[in-house]
Design a protein around this ligand. Sequence first.
Ligand SMILES: OC[C@H]1O[C@](O)(CO)[C@@H](O)[C@@H]1O
Length: 496
Amino acid sequence: MAGGGFVNPVGGGDYPGKLTWFVMLTCIVAATGGLIFGYDIGISVFRKEKADKSTNQYCKFDSQLLTSFTSSLYLAALVASFFASTITRVFGRKWSMLFGGVTFLAGAAINGTAKDVAMLIIGRILLGVGVGFANQSVPLYLSEMAPARYRGMLNIGFQLMITIGIFVANLINYGTAKIKGGWGWRVSLAGAAVPAAIITLGSLFLPDTPNSLIDRGKEEAREMLRRIRGTNDIDREYQDLVVASNQSRSVQHPWANIIQRKYRPQLTMAILIPFFQQLTGINVIMFYAPILFNTIGFLDNASLIAAVITGAVNIFATLVSVYYADRAGRRKLFLAGGTQMLICQILVGTLIWKEFGTTGHGHVSKGMAIIIVALICVYVSGFAWSWGPLGWLVPSEIFPLEIRSAGQAINVSVNMFFTFVIAQVFLSLLCHFKFGLFYFFGGWVIVMTIFIYFFLPETKNVPIEEMVHVWKAHWFWGKYINDATSAATSSSRSNP
Ligand SMILES: OC[C@H]1O[C@](O)(CO)[C@@H](O)[C@@H]1O
């Protein structure tokens, strides 16, 4: 069947070598780049104090002021990811990570010591720049370092760190809210310096990927490949990287090239995957869980605790995809996670409808509130083993080297843009769509699940510089890839 019966055209053929400690360690360090993004998402969670006096449960938090400040970070990250793409390509992945860490560190320092709103805004923009650079470079770094058959596992370290960042920030927020004297927010904001310091120091010690070293004509590439694969038998992989790099060097202007017809499948994914990831509605939960739980009748403390529970579920469910992404494959996780989210969205929407109707007046019983929180946890776990991690993994592994960095910038910017949009409009959407908001996101989940079924080929275990064959063999995308393109990348494979 169309996308479903897709056969891996390179037969899962991987290169010799093992999962070395060296590669594990470098990937863990690089993945900590996700902490800064996660910390920021977690720190931005909205609290109940901001509510107005409305008795309509759907509308009592409808305030633009509440959202604008938070959202500015995502716009800064969006713009920064384009600059990051040039640095990542020309100077190497490592320098983008370092730059991201340093900028984020500066932002945290300015925010923690802010004396006025201007300082808060400047700090927030610097944080955004840091996030843009890290999100652009880290997923690429991980996917290039990893042996093909462990790429899912190692790349998902990034999303895992995002979820840990969110969780830790939620806890810190919870603690600092109790500090008397009104300076608790400074601790929360300055706390961002800790994850920033980790990725800044870590990236100083990271080697660059063999793909990037070869692409930039560096002698040490072969030695690095030998080291990360833990074997001397690297000729075939090295040769494939050289072929990819030769092709890459013939492309001077990735931005002009990426719109060529032959890159249409990858470009489509780089736009639609992050778009869909945000349209699952996940950030409604991440940003607004306390408000949402408050809406359905939890008291302040209880709604914060419920938010902490969803944060923990988010982490543990991401671990599930670490295990399954390279075994079951990306497609199965996408399809299973999507179905799971959809069922929960329909149930939650219907239960809230039954309780509050369209007027927004009513009261949820304790038992019902627990059922709703449980369903939201099942929804979060569906996201956490599908669209969450795969939203970074898949775009980072499908692009050929010459446009990989540009493609990743598109992925990041689309992701940031829709994170921004959802943070901006959620409160008024809740006020206007009411319980229908859950159906709205559920509708999108149906669209994206069908899209994956038909249009996303399986990419597990395929060496990253061989990915073009996967597109070539796809029932729909195949016609976009001409024979010359796929032949150019298979020289060493057919003639090892
Ligand atoms: O874990 C949830 C988080 O994951 C992301 O989708 C990034 O992959 C964020 O937008 C969200 O807050």
